[in-house]
Design a protein around this ligand. Structure first.
Ligand SMILES: [Zn+2]
Length: 160
């Protein structure tokens, strides 16, 4: 029997985030608040997990109809999936395809792991310097705590 390639829903207009390390799509999904977005707009969001990838072994894919990513959203994607590509789809065709770039600094999208940090006690928005990209390592601008891996916890968005 011939094996058929598995595909996920095609979108006509929107974005495709590809080359997400396997298992990380749901993190991106959550941090970008895509669930709330889908409920609000009724647009299709397709998440594919564990696809074969020549370059990274196993990968996840996210497709979101009628969405364009803000710079802040792109930064989130880059931190979680530094090798991801983002394609813009128009009328069913790929109009633009870019690799994400890890930002030098990120704003109030991450929670400082130091529970004594001012950002965890007062209305001070988080600010973090990216001090390494492989693995992504952040340094809190306020308390100078350096952290990476599972210590990087993202603020969950309810809407964009
Ligand atoms: Zn801090």
């Amino acid at each position: 029997m011939k094996e058929r390639p598995i595909t996920i829903a095609k979108i006509r207009n929107g974005i495709v985030i590809d080359h997400i390390p396997a298992g990380e799509a749901l993190a991106i999904f959550q941090v970008l608040g895509l669930n709330a977005l889908a409920r609000e707009t009724g647009d299709i969001i397709a998440v594919g997990v564990n696809f074969d990838s020549a370059s990274i072994g196993r990968k996840d894919i996210i497709k979101v109809e009628n969405l364009s990513l803000t710079l802040e959203m792109l930064n989130v994607v880059a931190l979680i999936a530094p090798h991801a590509t983002v394609s813009r789809i128009e009328d069913g065709e790929v109009k633009e395809k870019n690799k994400v770039t890890i930002p030098q600094e990120v704003g109030d999208i991450v929670i400082c792991p130091d529970r004594f940090c001012i950002t965890n006690h007062e209305e001070v928005p988080g600010k973090f310097i990216v001090i390494d990209g492989e693995p992504v390592t952040l340094k809190c601008y306020y308390c100078e705590t350096e952290f990476f891996g599972p210590l990087i916890r993202y603020k969950e968005r309810r809407s964009l």
